[in-house]
Design a protein around this ligand. Structure first.
Ligand code: FES
Ligand code: FES
Length: 378
């Protein structure tokens, strides 16, 4: 666990070690003023303030921020000097699309407080790590020069903070409490059955004996590996904590949550019920998947599934049933191909991030797998 402050708020990070600070801020905390461009430390769009200095949050690991004080542009909302810089950017046409602007403002703020005598050449040198794809450098330099000319500017102290009650945990499923240590009594409760929402039924033929496919389908981690966009973080009994990346229309979401999985090995069938949330879009998903495997002779089988889901929040406006059905069809195609590969002992193919039903489908894939075997999907 890593503890630090973000805009004066104490947070505890428990996510993957490779999570960079910008992803953590945007996806887990919903602080989207920090932009991401190259994600390689080149463009400067992700610049924010760490311990009083501008840093690139795309190459700063969240797990390496122990004890750090992070400030994003959101924290400068009421800062008089930042307000003056924003006004100067507007007056001098220092932004066009605005994509680079958060990073430019963070760097500009550092320049006007640290280098009171900076001339145009020095400003350009200091800005050399911030790229503007609209090439609006003349306006940006003019804006910073104008604010410098009004100085010298003291670096203001930190804004007054409201008292806090404890730290907030991040890097765990947001919508549902963590799974308890006891496998039989997970802290996250199984969601109530869906009484409304959208239902999709599909079947896909797999050119493998049903017993081979079933062996794959009973390993949750292997199933997750077969379903594009899904990851399993923790398994406790029937409860699976994980995440599911989904592109729904023009929006991308990352649902985190818990799914409950049950199997009937004799009938080669099972079910998944789960719920999760996407902090970035403030949307939630609940879903159920019933699935069964029907032998088709000795060398093939049919995977049948019924998916019911309900989306709430902004994503529900673009996640119309027709869009979701298209996503489900593509996912099922990728999933069955990957299950076949897994049964042959091969790595799943690289596939595009899938779509909706978020956690639901994530759970679906989770359902399948355990013991890779041989076969040939079709
Ligand atoms: S996104 Fe961080 S430097 Fe480009
Ligand atoms: S204003 Fe468009 S990238 Fe700078």
């Amino acid at each position: 666990m890593t503890a630090f402050t973000v805009n004066g708020r104490e947070v505890r990070f428990e996510g993957e070690a490779r999570t960079h600070l910008a992803d953590f801020l945007r996806e887990d905390m919903g602080l989207t003023a920090t932009h991401l461009g190259c994600e390689h430390g080149v463009c400067g769009a992700c610049t924010l303030v760490k311990d009083g200095k501008p840093v690139r949050s795309c190459i700063t690991y969240a797990a390496a921020c122990e004890g750090a004080e992070i400030r994003t542009l959101e924290d400068f909302r009421d800062d008089p000097l930042m307000a003056r810089l924003r006004a100067a950017f507007k007056e001098h046409h220092g932004l066009q699309c605005g994509f680079c602007t958060p990073g430019m403002l963070a760097t500009g703020y550092d320049i006007v407080t640290r280098l009171p005598d900076a001339d145009e050449a020095r400003i350009r040198e200091e800005l050399s790590g911030n790229l503007c794809r609209c090439t609006g450098y003349m306006g940006i330099v003019a804006a910073i020069s104008a604010v410098l000319a009004e100085g010298p500017h003291e670096r203001p102290g930190l804004p007054a903070r409201a008292p806090q009650i404890g730290a907030a945990d991040f890097g765990r499923p947001a919508a549902v409490p963590p799974v308890a240590a006891s496998a039989s009594a997970p802290a996250a409760s199984r969601p109530a059955p869906l009484t409304d929402g959208v239902t999709i039924a599909r079947a896909a033929r797999i050119g493998l004996p049903a017993t081979d496919v079933w062996a794959v389908l009973s390993d949750l981690r292997q199933v997750a590996a077969c379903l594009p966009g899904a990851s399993v973080e923790r398994i406790e009994g029937e409860a699976v904590e994980g995440a599911f990346a989904a592109r729904i229309g023009p929006m991308t979401a990352k649902f985190r949550g818990t799914a409950f999985v049950s199997y009937d090995a004799a009938a080669m069938s099972g079910s998944v019920a789960g719920a999760g949330g996407d902090q970035g879009s403030r949307s939630a998903a609940q879903g159920e998947i019933g699935f069964s495997l029907a032998p088709q002779g000795e060398a093939a089988c049919e995977l049948r599934c019924r998916i019911a889901y309900r989306l709430t929040g902004p994503l529900a406006q673009v996640g119309r049933p027709a869009i979701v059905e298209g996503i489900v069809d593509r996912m099922l195609q990728d999933f069955t191909a990957n299950v076949g590969a897994a049964a042959r002992g091969e790595a799943p193919a690289e596939t595009a991030a899938p779509g909706i039903a978020g956690l639901i489908l994530a759970a679906l894939r989770n359902i399948f797998a355990r013991n890779g075997k041989r076969g040939d999907p079709s």
